[in-house]
Every structure is written in C-alpha cells, then in structure tokens.
Design a protein around this ligand. Structure first.
Ligand SMILES: [Zn+2]
Length: 135
C-alpha cells in the first residue's frame, strides 16, 4: 500500500489531495469551489452527486461543539452578557462555518479514504499481464 492511513490523515488535516498530497482540492483563486477531480493525479474528488452533504453535517457539528456551545456556556455562567452572547452566536453561526468550509470538505474526504484506503488509485495494485489475459 503506497498511501498509509497516517498519510491520509495528514493530508486530510492539511486540505491536500489524499492520493498525491498536492494542494489541489479547491480551484485556484477561489475559496469555496471544489475541483471535481485532482488536476495533478486525476483522483475523482466529488465521487457522487451529494457526496459532500456529509461535510455540511460535519461543519454544523464542529460549529456547534467548538463555537456555539462555549458561547452559550459563557453566557450561562454569566462570564459574558446575554447580548454579547447573542451577537457572538449570530456572527459565529455564519462566520465559523464559512471559515471551516474547506477543512470540513477535506475532513469528509479524509474520513472516506481512512475507512477505504484501497479505493485510492495510488493503493490499487497494477493488473498483472497474466491476470489481464484471463479476463
Ligand atoms: Zn491528487
């Protein structure tokens, strides 16, 4: 296996292609547009229609756990005022998911290949000539 699970995690956390490790998940000059396939190695990034719907759920969950819940707890324990908490929650509910957008897509792709690393083209063994003749 050429690409290990550790490499898949490293590449996923740094928003890189899980197959070749290049920064090719997103179109150059854009923040939100994902390449349908890697321009470097040809890996199909958007595997199916709606493949990245899971990344939206991931983004929502991370926003809730890492941003909105701490703000609510700070307000609950009266460390910050309710008005400030409402403003922070409103701004954070829009801003945090936008900033986390790229990572959520990369993490979702990482999650897929972490469980199915043999689906990566770099990990597929080449077809031997005698096998090819039998099929
Ligand atoms: Zn690639």
């Amino acid at each position: 296996m050429k690409v290990t699970r550790i490499q898949i995690i490293q590449r996923g956390l740094s928003n890189r292609c899980p197959n070749c490790g290049e920064h090719t998940l997103f179109k150059k000059g854009t923040f939100f547009e994902t390449n349908s396939e890697c321009p470097n190695c040809g890996l199909k990034i958007e595997r199916d229609e709606g493949f990245f719907l899971g990344s939206l759920s991931l983004n929502y969950g991370v926003t809730l756990v890492c941003f909105l819940t701490p703000v609510m707890l700070l307000a609950y324990f009266k460390i910050i005022g309710v008005t400030l908490a409402i403003v922070l929650a409103g701004v954070g509910a829009i801003g945090f998911p936008a900033l986390f957008y790229r990572s959520s897509r990369s993490w979702w792709l990482m999650n897929y290949y972490l469980f199915l690393p043999h689906h990566l083209p770099a990990n597929q063994r080449p077809v031997a000539e005698d096998e090819d003749e039998n099929t």
